[in-house]
Design a binder for this molecule. Structure first.
Ligand code: EPZ
Length: 420
């Protein structure tokens, strides 16, 4: 098992390219199941979750090839299976994204319930409620969802809670349903909009993606396409914070600044200098920052996937910052590890109070989930001495060679053999 070893103190400088988006690539790969034939996806990030989705598609009968240059070839001509097994779903909840496409195109799907997750219960009731409203018969049996429908039909679905993959699953299902579907209180994330762009390219009729009201007029057939995936706004946000906290000067290339408005606004409020620069973003950091409160919200609000990283920035702020996590009920697993490094953080329910500036000290810490592991890498960059981060498989699930990118910017980061 690998670990990451960081010696803190280096200022990050130079240029770095942002990879394709994990949370856009996963639903896009699942959408290949809606059409028979060969799809080609470019700018696909090289990370664990994408490989898991590839394994799942292959398990269903597709051929899946991932070329080194970030290109994935998926051929769904011979889909023979309709089951997403527990052993794959438990490693990646986004596997549930095959439910809508399988049901819509093949009339049946058997998908393991994802179960709980480190950051929260994360039920899929909204996904199932929507499919049932479209006429699917849904049974829960031995930990699996069994769904059947001769042909789904259009329906009006109002989400009780804004859900990203729920919106994506129902949008894919509705694309081949009979009639019109309206999704109300839908998620507005750029990844949802990107999926609608892909589906429309395949021949779907979707309007309003990116707003809370999406309308889909079902069609009889969709076609495979070639598409290049949008950049990863969360990887970009993580790199912006890395540059800012190390008093660095970094240019991020191949990213879309308009997807990062909430993140950039908070970085500026804290005192970092952030400017759009051609197809990229330049960030200049400084020694200390102003305390800044954040409350995680669905897009276009401040993303929960940046909460842990921003917490590290706030350990450098002169005063007290209040962070509210409104999306997931258990997303402070990084706090005890940051406290071990000397951070002054108090958690009360869904609120974390960070007091600074505090000098972090390197030690051995344990990653618990994807974004928590990113925050420990950031803490290691500014900590005194050496930091060993264990269980970095969490990081590799969602970041495309983050350590290599940081090293190219001057950080003292390397991989080593770990004990756990
Ligand atoms: C997506 O997860 C992302 N994953 C998550 O990123 C991200 O944190 C999350 O959206 C919120 O932005 C992917 O896109 C693959 P939700 P998702 O359904 O869709 C509740 C990362 O770090 N809910 O929008 O699973 C749920 O419990 C990951 O890259 C229900 O109650 O999240 C949560 O409290 C982590 N019932 C809230 O809604 C449902 O049926 C939002 O969850 C569905 C969700």
């Amino acid at each position: 098992m690998q670990k990451i070893v960081i010696r803190g103190g280096a200022r990050l400088e130079g240029e770095v390219r942002v990879s394709g988006s994990k949370n856009a690539a996963l639903p896009i790969l699942a959408s290949s199941l809606l059409a028979a034939g060969r799809s080609i996806y470019k700018n696909v990030p090289g990370l664990g979750d994408v490989r898991t989705m590839g394994k799942l598609l292959a398990r269903l009968g597709a051929t899946y090839e991932e070329k080194p240059a970030g290109t994935a070839y998926v051929d769904t001509t011979n889909i023979v299976e309709h089951e997403a097994p527990y052993e794959l779903v438990k490693t990646m909840r986004a596997s549930v994204l095959v439910l809508g496409p399988l049901l819509a195109r093949h009339g049946r799907a058997r998908v393991s319930l994802p179960g709980g997750c480190a950051i929260g219960a994360r039920p899929i009731d909204q996904h199932l409620k929507g499919l049932a409203a479209m006429g699917a018969r849904i049974d829960l049996e031995h930990g699996y969802v069994n769904a059947r429908a001769r042909r789904l039909r259009g329906a009006t679905i109002v989400f009780d809670v804004v859900t990203v993959t729920g919106t994506e699953n129902l949008m894919m299902a509705a694309a081949l349903a009979k009639g019109r579907t309206a999704l109300e209180n839908a998620a507005r994330e750029p990844e949802v909009e990107e999926l609608a762009r892909v589906l429309n390219k395949m021949g779907a009729k979707i309007r309003g993606a990116g707003t809370s009201m999406i309308t889909i007029d079902g069609v009889d057939e969709l076609a495979p396409i070639e598409h290049s995936v949008i950049p990863d706004r969360i990887e970009a946000g993580t790199l912006l914070v890395a540059a800012a906290i190390t008093r660095g000067n970094v240019l991020l290339r191949d990213c879309l600044p308009e997807h990062l408005d909430a993140i950039i606004a908070k970085l500026r409020a804290a005192g970092a200098e952030v400017v759009a620069d051609g197809d990229g973003i330049r960030v200049r950091g400084k020694a200390d920052f102003k305390p800044t409160d954040i409350s995680t919200q669905p897009y276009p609000g401040f993303p929960t996937d940046m909460q842990a990283q921003f917490m590290v920035l706030m350990t450098r702020a002169r005063g007290q910052s209040v962070l509210s996590e409104t999306i997931f009920e258990n997303r402070y697993m990084h706090v005890p590890e940051l406290q071990r490094m000397g951070a002054d953080i108090v958690v009360e329910g869904r609120t974390a109070i960070v007091r600074g500036p505090t000098k972090l000290a390197g030690t051995t810490v344990m990653a618990t989930d994807l974004r928590a592991s990113a925050s420990l890498v950031l803490a290691g960059l500014i900590a005194e001495g050496k930091t060993d981060i264990l269980r970095i498989y969490h990081l590799d699930r969602g970041y495309d060679r983050l350590d290599r990118k940081l090293r190219a910017l001057g950080a003292d980061v390397r991989r080593a053999k770990g004990s756990v």
